[in-house]
Design a protein around this ligand. Structure first.
Ligand code: S3P
Length: 429
């Protein structure tokens, strides 16, 4: 499907976000290994989170869905059953990497794979620690999926993360629930801590001890009734839209504002965007609040603060749309330390550079980032999304302030994280 986007005069209205993708995956997996019936409200409608639900069903878990509410009948830490087919994580890195941690703890052998994009993504980062814990893991060449995991009898390890990755951290912590002692992970760069928060909410024990995050084994996880906040990474597209289109005012209610994800707001505010956060609260350990964002002319007149170091890890999913913002800002934007973007759903550094250039921007590609010159008016173009949801949505936003028509190819890939994105966008244009 090709979605056409044209320049708009302003954006206004309310944006309804899907439930947070990262949190939904974690709640579903923990509910499945808790003892009894959980109910998760505002569960992400994203295709990725449905991949998680379908994998859990194949592991013998009863799940029913009614609108945005998902009921999961947990069977306890050791209640999963041997799947009779290969588990399919679809496009979802979070599904394959987190679930592999749980599968490594099972006394049976299972296999898990994904679509073409996921099958080309690196799994050595989870296979190494899981093997150290005693799981037998086979993969395709260069540690690509499918993964065949023979689990059980895991040893506790202390593991220093070689990459800044919440997925790897979470994989090891979830495997640690099945280990013979306290498993600990050290991260040199802080990443999203939804797993730590969620394990505690379901009754497990996760501690921060100096630089280490420790998880106790063999908890009796209790079922919960929880509501997932809106996805801040989905809000990012609309925040940047309001930053690009003069006169815009948007209201984005009930957004997840986890401290490790909130850097997006700090960054945009530091850049000069007028964002107010209202009605802040914390539910099940996850902060949330309502956002009001207004266009502010100064932002586009300057140079955006460079994105590098720890900040890159905090903004990793938002870099495609922040690059679009950088191309519009008079002084451009420099992004470094973002080599992880090369192994996301697509090589995002290359996809951003190619599509920005197609729209008339001047961009230099670096091994670990981009130097975007900025200040040139963009023109509509054919956007090759490479089937990557965040590339599709980021360039839809670029199209809102480009001259002429922008055509987003394979636009349905937005459903991977944000079903309803195209109608939400139409509603505020
Ligand atoms: C995620 C972690 C990040 C992020 C992804 C979701 C998670 O990936 O890019 O969209 O839910 O833990 P990495 O852990 O590979 O950085």
């Amino acid at each position: 499907m090709i979605q056409k986007v044209n320049r708009v005069t302003s954006l206004s209205g309310t944006v309804a976000l899907p439930g947070d993708k990262s949190i939904s995956h974690r709640y579903a997996m923990l509910a499945a290994i808790a003892e009894g019936a959980s109910e998760i409200g505002h569960f992400a409608s994203s295709r990725d989170c449905h991949s998680t639900l379908n994998c859990l069903r194949s592991l013998g878990i009863e799940i029913s869905e009614s609108g945005e509410t998902v009921a999961i009948r947990g069977r306890g830490l050791r209640g999963l059953s041997t799947p009779d087919r290969m588990l399919d994580a679809g496009n979802s890195g979070t599904t394959i990497r987190l679930l592999s941690g749980i599968l490594a703890g099972q006394p049976f052998t299972s296999s898990i794979t994904g679509d073409e994009s996921l099958s080309s993504r690196p799994m050595a980062r989870i296979a190494h620690p899981l093997r150290q814990m005693g799981a037998a893991i086979e993969s395709r060449e260069r540690e690509r999926p499918p993964l065949k995991i023979k689990g059980g009898n895991l040893k506790a390890i202390r593991y220093k993360l070689p990459v800044a990755s919440a997925q790897v951290k979470s994989c090891v912590l979830l495997a640690g629930l099945y280990a013979d002692g306290i498993t600990a992970v050290e991260e040199t760069v802080p990443t999203r801590d939804h797993t730590e928060i969620a394990v505690r909410e379901f009754g497990g024990t996760v501690r921060n001890s100096g630089d280490w995050i420790e998880v106790d084994p063999d908890p009796k996880l209790r079922p919960r009734r929880l509501a997932v906040p809106g996805d801040l990474s989905g809000a990012a597209f609309f925040l940047v839209g309001a930053a690009l289109v003069p006169g815009s005012i948007l209201w984005i209610p009930a957004v997840g504002l986890n401290g490790r994800r909130r850097e997006l707001l700090n960054y945009l505010m530091r850049s000069g965007l007028d964002i107010t956060v209202e009605n802040e609260s914390v539910e099940a350990g996850e902060p949330r609040g309502d956002l009001r964002v207004c266009f502010s002319r100064e932002l586009l007149q300057g140079k955006l603060p460079p994105i590098r170091g720890e900040e890159t890890a905090s903004l990793i999913d938002e870099i495609p749309v922040l690059s679009v913002l950088g191309a519009h800002a008079a002084g451009g934007l420099e992004i470094s330390d973002a080599q992880e973007l090369r192994v996301k759903e697509s090589d995002r550094i290359s996809a951003i550079a190619a599509n920005l250039r197609a729209m008339g921007a001047e961009v230099a590609e670096k091994p670990d980032g981009l130097a975007i010159s900025g200040g040139r008016p963009l023109r509509g173009a054919d956007v090759a999304t490479r089937g990557d949801h965040r590339i599709a949505m980021a360039f839809a936003i670029a199209g809102l302030s480009a001259g002429g028509e922008t055509r987003i190819h394979d636009a349905e890939c937005a459903d991977v994280s944000f079903p309803g994105f195209w109608s939400a966008l139409k509603k505020i244009c």
